[in-house]
Design a protein around this ligand. Structure first.
Ligand code: DX5
Ligand code: ZN
Length: 217
């Protein structure tokens, strides 16, 4: 069993106090900072871009996991890498036939790469690229907003991808994103996820450290 890592999503942070928010995650035992980049085109919401990632890089030593929910991610990969991303994940829905090429571009920018699928996209769409990824991200909500309800069909996808990864013997992370709570995290881990994104669960918790250790335990 791979080590469980908690990646709070700063989508639920106070953007006007981002430096402090990220520090508080670090002090609360987070393993990764999950940065949700949205362009208002690929998804129906707008968050932040390269400059924010660059500034967060100055505020923490935690790895930055940049989840790009944007059209034409290939245009921006290099700049997110330069800004300090440690891993960049891109959607099959944004890249389609270009996905393999975009993943290679991320690697050649010197950072880890990951493929993402939406709740209505089957594992088949990314099957051929799974083993070239450093991480695979299964969305358990439709991207765009925090605080949505976990879609249980993501569990089958986790099991399917975990089997492929384990059979290969490769060291590939499997991440889940959307609707994770202290109540459903057990079955999510049992299905094979080892990187757990949690936005509202962490940011709405009275005690962030307690919530992070609950999610990890
Ligand atoms: C959704 C984002 C998620 C989101 C998760 O588009 O990719 O990272 O912030 O938030 P919660 O954990 O609240 O579902
Ligand atoms: Zn995300």
């Amino acid at each position: 069993m791979k080590k469980i890592k908690i990646a709070p999503s700063i989508l639920s942070a106070n953007f006007a106090r981002m430096g402090e928010e990220v520090k508080s995650l670090e002090e609360s035992g987070a393993d990764i900072v999950h940065c949700d980049v949205m362009d208002g085109v690929f998804v129906n919401n707008i968050t932040f871009g390269i400059k924010m990632v660059e500034d967060i890089r100055q505020a923490t030593t935690l790895p930055l996991d940049c989840h790009l929910m944007i059209v034409h991610p290939e245009k921006y990969v290099e700049r997110f890498a330069k800004a300090g991303a440690d891993i960049i994940t891109v959607h099959w829905e944004a890249c389609q036939d270009n996905l393999e090429e975009v993943l290679k571009l991320i690697k050649s920018a010197g950072v880890k790469c990951g493929a993402v699928i939406n709740p209505d996209t089957p594992v088949d769409k990314i099957r051929d690229v799974i083993l070239m990824c450093d991480m695979v991200l299964v969305m358990s909500v439709f991207p765009g907003f925090g605080g949505q309800k976990f879609i249980p069909s993501a569990l089958d996808k986790l099991r399917e991808i975990r089997a492929i990864i384990d059979e290969s013997g490769k060291d590939i992370d499997l991440e889940i994103d959307g609707g994770v709570t202290a109540e459903n995290v057990e079955e999510i881990k049992a299905a094979g996820a080892n990187v757990i994104v949690a936005g509202s669960a962490v940011f709405k918790a009275a005690d962030r450290a307690e919530m992070i250790s609950k999610l990890k335990a």
